[in-house]
Design a protein around this ligand. Structure first.
Ligand code: MG
Length: 268
């Protein structure tokens, strides 16, 4: 895949109707379904069990190591590999994602209707592996709603190549700029005509730095938040009410240059 980077990507010149957006990048977990489902809790438990098995840690040590790896490296797999553990991503993902209680994720026909009404390209942009994305989207009833899935395998092709020493390859994930370069290369649109939705504030900050229009999902708007989020939704279903400009600029609440006014930063 040939990528030209965030600012120099092979952008499409076509604009979709009069909307300010040509493409929408959706995070998956805790964005298309609520964190209240509890998948994150099971994920943490599975990661700690993986650390106990792989590194010979006690339950208490594994809990501390998981938190430390997440804090220092952004993910446990990234941290383990950076520390010299030659762990194949498929082994990691099959253990920590393969045993998640997917049945807990409820079908969301309202979200399906909403997504099907959006005319722009819709792309999943997740740090999770492809099988996890497939299973979660199947449970949500959203199969066929997206034009593409950008996932762990998409961002890290070197880790799956037999011609490259996998142990020497770093891991590319949000919020790294390299992850956004991959996403923008695949979407083929200008960053400023791309809407990015995510529940993670670090990812939102990285998306903003990459030039995307950003919407933080699953959070209550709060005056102490930073200005990295152009818009804040407590639930993805608020998209139609809060961002009518997706469907038409006629429904837009602010002209392009004043979009930041949707979410007013607080001086500190
Ligand atoms: Mg998420």
């Amino acid at each position: 895949m040939e990528c030209r980077g965030v600012t120099g990507c092979n952008s499409s010149s076509s604009s979709l109707s009069d909307s300010p957006f040509d493409c929408i990048l959706f995070d998956l977990d805790d964005t298309l379904y609520s964190s209240d489902v509890g998948i994150g809790r099971f994920l943490r438990k599975n990661i700690e069990e993986f650390l106990m098995k792989t590194c010979g840690k006690t339950a208490e040590e594994a809990c501390a190591l998981r938190a430390e790896l997440f804090r220092n490296y952004g993910s446990s797999l990234t941290g383990l590999r950076a520390l010299g553990h030659d762990i194949h991503p498929d082994d990691y993902h099959s253990y920590v994602h393969g045993r998640l209680p997917y049945d807990a994720i409820p079908s969301n026909p309202l979200l399906r209707d909403l997504l099907q009404s959006i005319p722009q390209r819709k792309i999943i942009f997740t740090n999770s592996d492809r099988e996890h994305a497939r299973r979660a989207l199947e449970r949500l009833g959203l199969v066929g709603c997206f034009d593409d899935i950008i996932c762990f395998e998409t961002m890290n092709p070197n880790l799956f190549s037999s011609s490259v020493s996998s142990s020497s390859s770093g891991v590319v994930l949000k919020p790294s700029i390299a992850a956004f370069e991959v996403a923008l290369c695949i979407s083929g649109v200008h960053p400023q005509r791309t809407l990015f939705l995510d529940d993670n504030e670090k990812n939102i900050a990285a998306g903003k730095a990459a030039g995307l229009y950003t919407t933080l999902v699953g959070k209550k708007k709060n005056p102490m938040m930073t200005s990295d989020a152009d818009c804040v939704l407590s639930d993805i279903l608020e998209l139609r009410r809060e961002m009518p400009e997706i469907w038409s600029a006629a429904g837009k609440k602010n002209p392009p240059g004043e979009m930041d006014a949707v979410f007013s930063p607080v001086e500190v």
